[in-house]
Ligand binder design. Structure first.
Ligand code: FES
Length: 94
């Protein structure tokens, strides 16, 4: 059973739609897997986390700053660093 301390909350944004995500700390290993499960975007994460396709790029923005960090979501662990962030998913082109 999850307690409030086990829950991480953040926002995914895809094509100007915002999705509030609530997950437990150990539910997903990478952000790419979580996004695939939540949004099932065709063409997203084509190499299944091998860091070779570049289709899983996201921009992570801390709510209190305007600084965005662009990164491969398959290279991001789902942990406390994602709490209260806004994660922008690039439109997938394939
Ligand atoms: S899933 Fe291919 S680079 Fe991340």
């Amino acid at each position: 059973m999850n307690t409030e301390e086990d829950i991480i909350i953040f926002t995914l944004v895809y094509k100007n739609e915002a999705y509030q995500v609530q997950t437990s700390r150990n539910q997903y290993h990478t952000l790419m897997t979580l996004i695939s499960d939540y949004l099932a975007l065709p063409g997203f994460g084509l190499c299944c986390g091998m860091r070779s396709c570049g289709t899983c790029i996201v921009e992570i923005c801390k709510k209190r700053t305007a600084i965005k960090k662009s990164t491969l979501s398959c290279d991001v662990q789902v942990n406390d660093e994602l709490a209260n962030t806004i994660i922008f998913i690039a439109a997938v082109v394939y």
